[in-house]
Design a protein around this ligand. Structure first.
Ligand code: MUC
Ligand code: MG
Length: 367
């Protein structure tokens, strides 16, 4: 089965509640829907969420690199020749969301062709994941109220709290209030998106340990090499590399150099194929992983879930699978629902998703 075309459709759906964090803020899901077509009539789909402030990709860059660079190189290749596809994608550095969407759309086609859901093709470990909700910057009261709403409405009891503001006590107050309001039964962890220095992070980590957190993510830049190493060595909890370790090679370097002891895997950034390489490498090196969120919509969330539920070590921790709840709408014909703090995989061939044509018409930006 051969690839005949790769389509890119930029679309924009506003958030009802923007997400703010140390390296940026997101008010609108300005993503690109990627469709790979084949000569046997099967079409695979995936979402590319550009994160300009993190990786430098934009809707225009995703569309441009796929149309001008990747589509011409991949058209005519066999859908199942994944190594050949990746050898061609790999010639170009960067562009993680664009490459990942193509990879995941090809897995969607593979699943449809074999009549198997992607989560089974990848590993078939379990049928649901616990959900962690990401809480952006706000006042302690408002963040605690959001967490309470997530707990009472969806049963979510794991929260990733965005930190990294100055003065440091702003975020410590949020974390303390969350613990007081929610009690000891919830799991909290913190993500700084490189907002603090290593020494600010070290001081914060002592207090965060007292509050009770289970992971610390990118509190300071990995490029603050000696400070970061010292911080990671002294961390009472696994220290997660996210945007500082975005490829298999960066993950190896990060773990060997002592920049991190755990890795955030994001399918929006490494697709299914490279996410699997990252995961197996982490297993081999004894590093924990967490299934992260690139501020995904429902399609991206289903991809994170399919990958996480496929693998024992990726399903161990709650996955960041809920931020689509803050979007005003979505493109899927069958929306996903979180119940009892968990999200169940779809037992349909491929990714098992349908795109609502009316919604795509309403939100697409290329007409
Ligand atoms: C995260 O874990 O950092 C924020 C920016 C981005 O690219 O992903 C999010 C969440
Ligand atoms: Mg992060």
């Amino acid at each position: 089965m051969k690839i005949t075309a790769i389509e890119t459709i930029p679309y924009a759906i506003p958030y009802t509640k923007p997400l703010r964090f140390a390296s940026g803020e997101v008010h609108t899901a300005a993503h690109v829907l990627v469709r790979v077509r084949t000569d046997e009539g099967l079409t695979g789909v995936a979402d590319a969420p550009p994160r300009p402030f993190t990786y430098g990709e934009t809707q225009a860059s995703v569309t441009g690199v796929i149309e001008q660079v990747f589509a011409p190189q991949l058209t005519g290749l066999d859908v199942f020749a994944r190594e050949q596809v990746h050898a061609r994608l790999h010639r170009t550095v960067g562009n993680p969301a664009a490459k990942s969407a193509i990879d995941m759309a090809l897995w969607d086609i593979t699943g449809q062709a074999l009549g198997q859901p992607v989560h089974r093709l990848l590993g078939g470990w379990c049928d649901r994941m616990r959900v962690a909700h990401m809480l952006g910057f706000d006042t302690p009261e408002r963040v605690a109220a959001e967490a309470e709403r997530m707990r009472s409405t969806y049963g979510i009891s794991v929260f990733k709290v965005k930190v990294g503001r100055r003065p440091v006590r702003l975020d410590l107050a949020v974390c303390r209030t969350l613990r007081e309001v929610l009690g000891q039964d919830v799991e909290l962890y913190a993500d700084g998106n490189r907002g603090w220095t290593a020494s600010e992070s070290a001081a914060a980590l002592r207090e965060l340990d007292d509050i009770g957190i289970t992971l610390a993510e990118e509190l300071c830049p990995a490029d603050d090499i000696l400070g970061r190493r010292l911080l990671v060595r002294g961390s009472p909890v696994p220290f997660v590399a996210d945007e500082s370790a975005t490829t298999p090679a960066e993950v190896t370097r990060s773990l060997l150099d002592g920049d991190a002891t755990a890795i955030s895997i994001k399918t929006a950034r490494t697709g299914f194929t490279l996410s699997q390489r990252v995961l197996f490498q982490c297993e081999g090196m004894g590093a924990e992983v967490v299934m992260g969120n690139q501020i995904d919509g429902q399609l991206g969330t289903l991809c994170t879930l399919a990958f996480g539920a496929a693998h024992a070590s990726a399903a161990r921790r709650a996955g960041e699978l809920s931020n689509f709840l803050d979007m005003s709408d979505d493109l899927l014909t069958e929306p996903i629902t979180i119940t009892d703090g968990t999200l169940a995989v779809r037992d349909l061939p491929g990714l098992g998703v349908g795109i609502d044509p009316d919604k795509l018409d309403r939100y697409r930006q290329d007409r």
